[in-house]
Design a protein around this ligand. Structure first.
Ligand SMILES: Cc1cc2nc3c(=O)[nH]c(=O)nc-3n(C[C@H](O)[C@H](O)[C@H](O)COP(=O)(O)OP(=O)(O)OC[C@H]3O[C@@H](n4cnc5c(N)ncnc54)[C@H](O)[C@@H]3O)c2cc1C
Length: 399
């Protein structure tokens, strides 16, 4: 392959594509273009330790400046790509300049969803997607007395935990009847509802927000919650516009196969901007560090003509107060649940479907989470009786 490989988006996936091109032995030019003014950084701490004031800015950085020089990765920050030309093999930058490519990777991530609510554009209504958002929320938390979080998903709940640590009266308004409903089972939702209430968070379920004013948040049912800070935590939208305008197949994300290949030759996509077409034709979008990193490795290989599909069981984590939740696999459609408990705030739930282990949620049990990932990746389904026996050393199951 001659000519540079251009990567659009210098986040978790874009950086990994650049790095993996070198690991795969690509010796040519690699250009990594990022709209933000920062070198690639981790987003997860923005709603966790960093927001709680327990982690410094420099802990967010993924790779130091030396890395880019050593790996000969031409990182250009503060550069937005305005358009791609798939047939002419060019990208056009915001200032009109053009760059040619022999391979193109789209890793443009996602943006926070902003519901069309009256008052959603008021200055005290914020979203949390990038470092600038996090700095603004953190700054407002210094003086805020009442915070209302709209959406009881991972980011909303992590912000709630940070806000409580920082002394704010906190209300979470969730339209559904339980927390993190799209991602976790009712058992895990209930555990976290108890946890937040024990920390003084008011949880409001089954209520739609009707409007936001300078004074606070009003629900459709007429309840009013005072707020000097409102955080919208209602999901993210894939940044797939460059792909769509460039003629790529797009469906709420740039459609890719399990190697990150898009519908256009020599163009790959990875991370939050991509949507995976599974073997059964279904489309699945994952917003996780694992998918960004593993999808990026596959996409880098695909740009070099190699097929390295990634098939590991999905995993994710969330930190709320002193609790680390780690999830592996997909519990959808499970018909049996085995609990393995070692304390009030330390347990794992093993989910089975027709006798097959399909997922494990672990609360403050990092060892069991790692083991679960290995079991799931090896398609091993241990006898539920052994799993439920707290005296049994589960590591033996892998031997
Ligand atoms: C607050 C928060 C907490 C999270 N917590 C977790 C967690 O606990 N566990 C977990 O697994 N995942 C978590 N995630 C999700 C995880 O961070 C994302 O899945 C991951 O960052 C996706 O990486 P990405 O490279 O696809 O996108 P991003 O990291 O968003 O990077 C995309 C980059 O592309 C840039 N870009 C977009 N358009 C252009 C353009 N036209 N030109 C140039 N640059 C462009 C963007 O500015 C951005 O910098 C969290 C996310 C957030 C926001």
């Amino acid at each position: 392959m001659s000519g540079p490989i251009v990567i659009v988006g210098a986040g978790q996936a874009g950086l990994q594509i650049a790095e993996s091109l070198r690991t795969e032995g690509f010796d040519g030019e690699v250009v990594l273009l990022g709209k933000e003014r920062h070198a690639p950084y981790q987003r997860p701490p923005l709603s966790k330790a960093w927001l709680a004031g327990e982690s410094a800015d420099d802990r967010l950085t993924i790779r130091g400046p030396d890395f880019f020089a050593t790996k000969r990765i031409d990182l250009r920050v503060g550069v937005e790509v305005a358009r791609i030309d798939a047939a002419g093999r060019k990208v056009f930058l915001g200032d009109g300049a053009a760059l040619s490519w022999s391979g193109l990777a789209l890793a443009t991530g996602a943006r926070a969803r902003r519901p069309g609510l009256p008052g959603a554009e008021l200055p005290h209504v914020r979203v949390l997607r990038d470092f600038e958002d996090a700095k603004e929320i953190s700054h407002r938390l210094d003086s805020a007395r009442n915070i209302v979080i709209i959406g009881g998903g991972f980011i909303g709940l992590e912000v709630a935990a940070a806000a409580r640590k920082r002394g704010c009266a906190t209300v979470v308004v969730e339209a559904l009847d339980r927390l993190m409903a799209r991602a976790v089972t009712p058992e895990i939702s209930a555990f976290f509802a108890d946890l937040h209430r024990a920390h003084g968070v008011e949880l409001v379920f089954g209520e739609q927000v009707a409007e936001i004013s300078d004074e606070g948040v009003k629900t459709a049912a007429g309840a009013f919650f005072p707020a000097d800070l409102v955080v919208l935590g209602v999901g993210a939208v894939a940044n797939d516009e460059l792909g769509a305008a460039g003629g790529l197949d797009v469906s709420r994300g740039i459609v890719v196969d399990d190697c990150g290949r898009t519908s256009a030759k020599d163009i790959v996509a990875a991370g939050d901007c991509a949507v995976l077409r599974r073997a059964d034709g279904a489309l699945r979008r994952f917003e996780s560090v694992q998918y960004a990193v593993e999808g990026a490795k596959a996409a880098a290989a695909a740009l070099l003509g190699r097929s390295k599909p990634f098939s590991a069981a999905p995993w994710f984590w969330s930190d709320q107060y002193d609790v680390k939740l780690q999830m592996a696999g997909s519990s959808e459609g499970h018909d049996a649940l085995i609990e393995r408990r070692s304390g009030d705030k330390a347990f794992s739930l093993f989910y089975y479907r027709q006798g097959e282990l399909v997922a494990v949620d672990s609360v403050n049990r990092p060892g069991e989470h790692l083991l679960a990932r290995r079991l799931l990746d090896a398609h091993l389904s241990p006898d539920p009786v052994l799993i439920g026996d707290p005296e049994r050393d589960l590591r033996l199951l892998l031997r």
